[in-house]
Design a protein around this ligand. Structure first.
Ligand code: GLA
Length: 385
């Protein structure tokens, strides 16, 4: 199929965005590893986290940019300590969180943790996690100070029905923790998650460094494609340094995703300037998945915010084309075959371009075109000829 893609919007002046949260952090989309997509709840241990940190350091992913090691839900002991502070589950984290953060730091990585603004974490609701009182409601300052003391560099603050359960207002609750973090000496990236329900892309830029735009991504092609489709509407509210749309953590290496599907997933996340959080065991990556997560040319696209995140340029039965401007006057283009048979997806892009295939790592001439297996994507870099 031959498509004419007009890139005029890419050349237009971007709409001025509200100023980002002024903490000077996440000037490029944050990258790292998060425990949730790998072990979910009950299998989370300090050992899992240490092994992930070791693998990131040893297999090159840390040096490719995956810096934040984030412990998601289910790290908490079933109740707070006598002084009201949060504490780690003593069986699964026998050395405590400060010790774990030290270890992560010793591997040249940064450390992140999970908390919620209401009274219940998502795992309490969705995984029957047997705990009480471990939400930060009424403990915001104390928890922020605990995180500071422990050496936390990144906080994932997750909504989990705090409106229906606790009567909280999203923006006010997220601002409350933002202000507590701002009062700390320690720089802490602030990632908020309310699944895109209240269109956070319209209000969260001064509140957080990143905000989820969707419900959870699961490791199937249908979920990846549904999430990609949702980003088409959101992308016009483009991210900007310090404030990023977050289409959820990566499922590369998980579930039923094939190598082609994982690469297509990663390609679109890259043009979206999405935060890149691996969620699979970095010590057990297949060669394909390591090449996908660690592709320096794809990561460079993700980390390059020239004047707008990627947008869907055209889509139809069996294909999508996404693109975004790159620093230096070029473009990144994703050609995606969403169909069930091999197809050639081509785009006629006004101008004269040298085209490089960022998965094949070679220059492929001047045509913006690729023959693609079902659910495969080409990630192309166009530089002016
Ligand atoms: C929600 C979030 C997930 C994860 C879980 C933890 O579902 O969207 O990313 O943090 O909660 O319970």
């Amino acid at each position: 199929m031959l498509l004419l893609v007009v890139l005029a919007w890419l050349l237009s002046v971007p709409v001025a965005a509200a100023p980002a949260l002024a903490n000077g952090l996440a000037t490029t989309p944050p990258m790292g590893w998060n425990s949730w997509n790998q072990v979910r709840c009950y299998d989370l241990t300090e050992d899992v986290v240490k092994k992930a940190a070791d693998a990131l350091a040893d297999d090159g992913l840390r040096d490719a940019g995956y810096r934040y090691v984030v412990v998601d839900d289910c790290w908490q002991a079933p109740a707070r300590a006598a002084d009201g502070s949060l504490q780690a589950d003593p069986a699964r984290f026998p050395h405590g969180i400060a010790d774990l953060a030290d270890y992560v730091h010793s591997r040249g990585l940064l450390f992140g943790i999970y908390a919620v603004p209401g009274s219940r974490t998502c795992a309490m609701a969705n995984d029957a996690y047997p705990a009480a009182g471990i939400g930060s409601l009424g403990h915001e300052r104390q928890d922020a100070e605990t995180f500071d003391r422990w050496g936390v560099d990144y906080l994932k603050y997750d909504w989990c029905n705090a409106d229906t359960v606790d009567g909280l207002d999203r923006r006010a609750a997220f601002e409350k923790m933002r202000d507590e973090l701002a009062a700390l000496p320690r720089p802490i990236v602030y990632a908020i998650s309310e699944y895109g329900v209240s269109s956070p892309w319209t209000w969260a830029r001064p509140v957080a460094n990143l905000w989820r735009t969707t419900y959870d991504l699961i490791p199937t092609w249908d979920s990846v494609l549904a999430t990609i489709d949702q980003q088409a509407a959101v992308a016009v509210h483009s991210g900007a340094p310090g404030g990023w749309n977050d289409p959820d953590m990566l499922q590369v290496g998980n579930g039923t995703l094939t190598a082609d599907e994982a690469r297509a997933h990663f390609s679109v996340w890259a043009v979206l300037n999405a935060p890149l959080f691996a969620g699979t065991d970095p010590a057990k990556l297949s060669d394909d998945d390591l090449a996908t997560l660690g592709n320096p040319e794809a990561i460079a696209v993700d980390q390059d915010f020239a004047s707008g995140q990627g947008r869907q340029l055209t889509a139809g039965p069996g294909y999508q084309v996404w693109g975004k401007p790159l620093t230096g006057g070029g473009f990144a283009v994703v050609l995606l075959n969403t169909g069930t048979t091999t197809a050639t997806v081509s785009a006629t892009v006004p101008g004269a371009w040298n085209v490089r295939d960022l998965w094949a790592h070679r220059d492929v001439g001047t045509a913006v075109s690729a023959s693609l297996r079902p659910h495969a994507a080409a990630l192309l870099k166009l530089t002016p000829r």
